[in-house]
Write a protein that binds this ligand. Structure first.
Ligand SMILES: Cc1cc2nc3c(=O)[nH]c(=O)nc-3n(C[C@H](O)[C@H](O)[C@H](O)COP(=O)(O)OP(=O)(O)OC[C@H]3O[C@@H](n4cnc5c(N)ncnc54)[C@H](O)[C@@H]3O)c2cc1C
Length: 372
């Protein structure tokens, strides 16, 4: 879909933003009076960005008494119902990737999937309006309380874990997460997992369904959540927080790849942007810049780090630890067919299972199932 095709919905392509706001300059061109193009510029449109945009859109600026200008810049496209890949053969047309030998994005730069092939670990993240919510499983599981007791978290988070939990619960509700209602059909694997939980070693396990961000009455049980829902059943962020932010005045801009930040005087920022689409980028061989009073970097694990690293290469001071301390999430998907077998071993020592937990005090297994 060309970037502008989504404009009648509620996003706009970068070129439309440029046409509408004369303040955006092609770097090197003579610019007129110094002024700021937006108050808050949010980079990315996944969970971090959407929560921020929703919180700030429509908020009055104390200086001017007018609503703050909030811009969300997303490098990917706006996906509408029916535009997600539906067959395996369609997937290659939706993939951008990097390899250990070439860290410049290859493949389809506007593609839904951003695949990072590393020498030891490979990762997949999303590229589109709504970020990871477009391709994730939408499971809204609350972290165990002890997660926030770990010293790695900032004090502010650790000191009021109860408030954090309350806010997270509220957010989960706003995102539309719910467990499968009793009157809705369940998949055979739901029963299989329940049976498996009962057959686990020790004193058996507990089994519970988890809330997911799906409208159960529209869900086709096709399992295509991870390639984008073509049935309008998944409550991805473009349908929840981003739509809400747009209604209250935020500008959602797609096809805009943020390159780097430059610190200006007075705590302001100059943000360097390129078209994601290489054809559009080739037509404008200079970078665009936008000035912002505040910048919120919410471009995901890779995106935000890369922007900071590119900024550092142009002189922005950053922490010396930037780019360090990464790990993958420890999930694995054991195949589960027919009757559960006692010989099935869960790799407990590395605790890689997000959805199966061994709780030593009670000596019980807990298996959380996502029913589709
Ligand atoms: C297949 C899969 C299944 C998952 N299932 C679950 C689950 O069930 N439950 C759960 O809690 N978590 C799940 N996750 C993880 C969850 O989706 C992520 O933790 C979450 O999306 C991270 O949010 P974020 O805001 O940090 O970044 P993202 O959601 O990754 O959003 C970052 C956005 O920034 C954009 N961006 C990047 N670089 C730039 C740039 N330079 N300029 C402009 N925009 C940029 C990206 O295109 C992207 O849209 C899953 C993830 C995947 C991949």
């Amino acid at each position: 879909m060309p970037p502008d095709a989504a404009e009648h919905l509620f996003s706009m392509g970068l070129e439309s933003l440029m046409a509408r706001h004369e303040g955006i300059r092609v770097e090197g061109a003579k610019s007129s009076a110094e002024r700021f193009d937006c108050d808050v510029l949010i980079v990315g449109s996944g969970y971090g960005a959407a929560v921020t945009a929703d919180a700030l859109a429509g908020v009055l600026d104390g200086r001017t008494g007018q609503a703050s200008r909030v811009w969300v810049l997303e490098r990917g496209q706006h996906y509408v119902q029916g535009s997600f890949p539906a067959r395996l053969a369609e997937l290659p047309g939706h993939v951008r990737f990097t390899t250990p030998d070439n860290t410049t994005a290859q493949g389809v730069r506007t593609g839904l999937f951003d695949v990072r092939v590393g020498p030891d670990v490979c990762a997949v993240v999303a590229n589109g309006l709504g970020g990871g919510s477009l391709i994730n499983a939408g499971v809204m599981a609350m972290p165990e309380p002890q997660v926030f007791e770990q010293a790695a978290w900032p004090d502010a988070l650790r000191q009021d874990a109860a408030l954090l939990r309350e806010l997270a619960q509220g957010l989960s509700t706003r995102l539309g997460a719910q467990t499968c209602p009793p009157d809705q059909p369940r998949l055979a694997k739901h029963a299989a997992l329940e049976e498996l939980a009962g057959a686990l070693p020790g004193h058996g396990g507990t089994f519970k369904s988890l809330p997911i961000t799906v409208d159960w009455s529209s869900c086709q049980r096709c399992g295509d959540c991870a390639t984008g829902c073509n049935h309008n059943a998944k409550r991805s962020l473009d349908k929840t927080l981003l739509a809400s932010a747009r209604r209250r005045g935020a500008s959602l801009v797609t096809g805009a790849s943020v390159q780097r930040l430059e610190a200006l005087s007075g705590g302001r920022w100059r943000v360097w942007i390129e078209h994601t689409n290489p054809l559009l980028a080739a037509q404008t061989d200079q970078a665009f810049t936008v000035r912002a009073r505040r910048v919120v970097l919410a471009a995901g694990t890779f995106g935000s780090t890369e922007i900071l690293m590119r900024s550092r290469a142009h002189g922005l001071p950053t922490s010396g630890r930037l780019g360090e301390h990464f790990s993958s999430n420890g999930m694995c998907s054991p195949p589960c067919t027919g009757r559960p077998r006692r010989s099935m071993r869960w790799p407990m020592s590395t605790r890689p299972l997000a959805n199966a937990r061994w709780a030593p005090p009670s000596r019980r297994w807990s298996i959380c199932a996502r029913p589709t």
